[in-house]
Design a protein around this ligand. Structure first.
Ligand code: GRF
Length: 209
């Protein structure tokens, strides 16, 4: 059940440098966005996303233990009344209990034009190398709902990036990330707009697809 607050209470969860987390926090701070970042969940202590939380004055919880990961994330979600979970470079499986804890309101950003170059094992440079190996003229980024199948949920927003002939996967990653940072905040905003629409039936937000 969403709160009566005009802004959806979001948590960002990640395992890496946190550049998308920074973009999401900056977007929420600078715009009359439909979401507020109330929590950062990190899978390690010494990663960039922890610094992002500190810079934006957002509480940060470390869920490092793999065995109790789902349980720990659910506890953090419940303790902070989180309504929306935003994946930003999470290198852990998202259990169905985590998805259920936010009524299915889980978004991810993927560095390709899904459904191309998605699925298990497709992350980071693997994705960009696959784009180059396939000879694609166009790649990009996708914000999508998270379901129990990797990268299969409904697409919320996409942005295209032309591939430059002869560039490396690392160079392509830099250019795609710059586009991700522009895409994610507005896409979350759009999704929050959907969540705040009155529903014709008593269905939960999980069933917005
Ligand atoms: C991004 O490329 C995102 O598309 C993918 O993981 C990466 C995270 O990078 N899901 P960062 O930690 O946000 O820099």
């Amino acid at each position: 059940m969403l709160s009566q607050s005009p802004r959806v209470r979001a948590a960002i969860i990640g395992s890496g440098s946190g550049t998308n987390a920074r973009a999401l926090c900056a977007y929420a701070a600078a715009n009359a966005s439909g979401y507020q970042v109330c929590l950062v969940i990190a899978t390690k202590h010494d990663i960039g996303i922890v610094d992002v939380a500190q810079q934006f004055g957002v509480p940060c919880v470390i869920c490092a233990d793999k065995a109790s990961f789902a349980e720990d994330v659910c506890a953090a979600i419940n303790n902070h009344n989180i309504e929306l979970l935003l994946l930003a470079g999470l290198l852990r499986h998202v259990a169905s209990s985590i998805v259920a804890a936010v009524n299915g309101n889980v978004l991810n950003i993927h560095p390709s034009l899904l459904p191309k170059h998605g699925g298990k094992g497709m992350y980071g440079l693997h994705v960009h190398q696959a784009v180059l190996d396939a000879g694609d003229a166009m790649t990009g980024a996708t914000v999508h709902l998270v379901t129990n199948e990797y990268d299969q949920g409904r697409v919320i927003a996409q942005a295209e990036v032309p591939v430059i002939q002869g560039e490396t996967a690392e160079q392509l990653q830099v250019r795609v990330k710059a586009v991700e940072h522009q895409l994610y905040g507005p896409a979350v905003d759009k999704f929050c707009g959907e969540l705040n629409q009155p529903r014709p039936s008593s269905k939960t937000p999980l069933e917005v697809a």
